[in-house]
Design a protein around this ligand. Structure first.
Ligand code: HEM
Ligand code: NAG
Ligand code: NAG
Ligand code: NAG
Length: 324
C-alpha cells in the first residue's frame, strides 16, 4: 500500500514536471498552426498579394526572400528590418548591406493591410516575412514547406547590428562560415541557403572587383559582365546583373552549376567553390536538385527559428514600418 501510493505520487510528480517543462517550452517555440483559428485565411491572403507582385515583376520574389534573411540575421526574426528610422534610432534600412539595395517594403505594406483587414491585430510582421519568403520561392518554381509561426515584432532596430551581422560579398569562405555559425547555422546550412542566389539581381558595386580583378572567374563571363559594369568606382554602381546568369527568375539549382563553371557573380558566391571545404557540397547540389531543395528547406526553417520574440515579448505591430 505504502509502496503503491509513493509510486503513484512519483508518477504525479513526473507528469507535473513534464507539463511545466512543455508549457515553458511552448512559449519559446514556433508552431505551424499558430494562426489556424485566429486567422484561418492568412495563407491565401498573403499568397495572392505575393503572386500578383511577382506577376508584375518577377524579381520581386527574390527581393522578398532576401528580406527574410536580412531580418533573421539581425537580432533574430523579429521584423526589425521593416522599421523606418525615427528620431530615437537609425534603423536597419540604412545599414551598409541594405541601403540602396533591399527592396519590397511596399509589397510587405500591401500584405500587412490585407492581413489587418482579415484579422486585425493578430499577425506579426515577422511572421509575414516568413510566409512571404516561402510563397516567393514557391511562386518562382521552388520547393514548399510548412512555415513555423508565432513570432512577435521588435520594438527597436539596430543599424550597427545589421552592419555587423549581415555577411558581405567581399567575405572569404571562412568568414562566411563564421557569420552563419554565429547564428547557429552550419556550413551545410550556409551552402544550401546561398542557393537563394539562384534568383534576383546584384548591383555592379557588389561585383566590380571580382569581374576585373579575380582569376577564378570564367573569362567570357567576366567580359560579359564588364560590358555593363565600368571598372571606374562610382560609375554605373547601380547597374544590375543576374546572380544566376541562366535562370534568374526561376528557383532551381543552376546557381551551383554556375559556381562549378567559375561563373559565380559575387566574390562570396565563388568562395563556395574555390578549392575549399565546401567544393564537394556545391558539386552535389549542382548535380542533385532534390538534395539541394531538401537541404534548403531544412536550413530556411532553421533560419526562421533564430531568436524569435514569443509569449509577451515584443508586440504585434499595426503597421510594419513603426512600433505601436
Ligand atoms: C552567404 C552570404 C551572403 C552574402 C555575402 C550575400 C550578399 C548579397 C549581395 C551583395 C547581393 C546583391 C545586393 C546588391 O548589389 O544590391 C545579394 C542579393 C540577394 N541575396 Fe544574398 N547574400 C548572402 C546570402 C543570402 C541568403 C542566405 C539568401 C536567402 C536565402 C540571399 C538572398 C538574396 C537574394 C534573393 C538576392 C537578390 C535580391 C534582389 O534581386 O532584390 N542571400 N546578396
Ligand atoms: C544611403 O544611400 C543614399 C543614396 O545612395 C546616400 O545618399 C546615403 O548617404 C546613404 N545613407 C547611409 C546612412 O549610408
Ligand atoms: C584591381 O586591382 C588593381 C591593383 O590592385 C587596382 O589598382 C584596381 O583599382 C582594381 N580594380 C578594381 C575594379 O577593383
Ligand atoms: C575601387 O574600390 C575597390 C573596393 O573598395 C578598391 O579595392 C579599389 O582599389 C578601388 N579602385 C580604384 C581605382 O579606386
Amino acid at each position: 500500500m505504502a509502496t503503491s501510493s509513493s509510486s503513484s505520487s512519483m508518477v504525479l510528480l513526473m507528469v507535473t514536471y513534464l507539463l511545466v517543462v512543455s508549457i515553458g517550452n511552448s512559449n519559446a517555440q514556433l508552431t505551424t498552426n499558430f494562426y489556424s483559428s485566429s486567422c484561418p485565411n492568412l495563407d491565401s491572403t498573403i499568397k495572392s498579394v505575393v503572386q500578383s507582385a511577382i506577376r508584375k515583376e518577377a524579381r520581386m520574389g527574390a527581393s522578398l526572400l532576401r528580406l527574410f534573411f536580412h531580418d533573421c540575421f539581425v537580432n533574430g526574426c523579429d521584423g526589425s528590418l521593416l522599421l523606418d528610422d525615427t528620431s530615437s534610432f537609425t534603423g536597419e534600412k540604412m545599414a551598409i548591406p541594405n541601403n540602396g539595395s533591399v527592396r519590397g517594403f511596399e509589397v510587405i505594406d500591401q500584405i500587412k493591410s490585407a492581413v489587418e483587414k482579415a484579422c486585425p491585430g493578430i499577425v506579426s510582421c515577422a511572421d509575414i516575412l516568413a510566409i512571404t519568403a516561402r510563397d516567393s520561392v514557391v511562386t518562382l518554381g521552388g520547393p514548399s514547406w510548412d512555415v513555423k509561426l508565432g513570432r512577435r515584432d521588435a520594438r527597436t532596430a539596430s543599424k550597427t547590428a545589421a552592419d555587423n551581422n549581415i555577411p558581405q560579398p567581399t567575405f572569404s569562405l571562412s568568414a562566411l562560415i563564421n557569420s552563419f555559425q554565429n547564428q547557429g547555422l552550419s556550413t551545410t546550412d550556409m551552402v544550401a541557403l546561398s542557393g537563394g542566389h539562384t534568383i534576383g539581381q546584384a548591383r555592379c558595386t557588389s561585383f566590380r572587383t571580382r569581374i576585373y580583378n579575380e582569376s577564378n572567374i570564367d573569362a567570357t563571363f567576366a567580359k560579359t559582365r564588364q560590358a555593363n559594369c565600368p571598372s571606374t568606382n562610382n560609375t554605373g554602381d547601380n547597374n544590375l546583373a543576374p546572380l544566376d546568369l541562366q535562370t534568374p527568375a526561376s528557383f532551381d539549382n543552376n546557381y551551383y552549376k554556375n559556381l562549378v563553371n567559375q561563373k559565380g557573380l559575387l566574390h562570396s558566391d565563388q568562395q563556395l567553390f574555390s578549392g575549399g571545404s565546401t567544393n564537394a557540397l556545391v558539386q552535389t547540389y549542382g548535380s542533385n536538385p532534390t538534395r539541394f531543395t531538401s537541404d534548403f528547406v531544412a536550413a530556411i526553417i532553421k533560419m526562421g527559428d533564430i531568436k524569435p520574440l514569443t509569449g509577451s515579448n515584443g508586440e504585434i505591430r499595426k503597421n510594419c514600418r513603426r512600433t505601436n
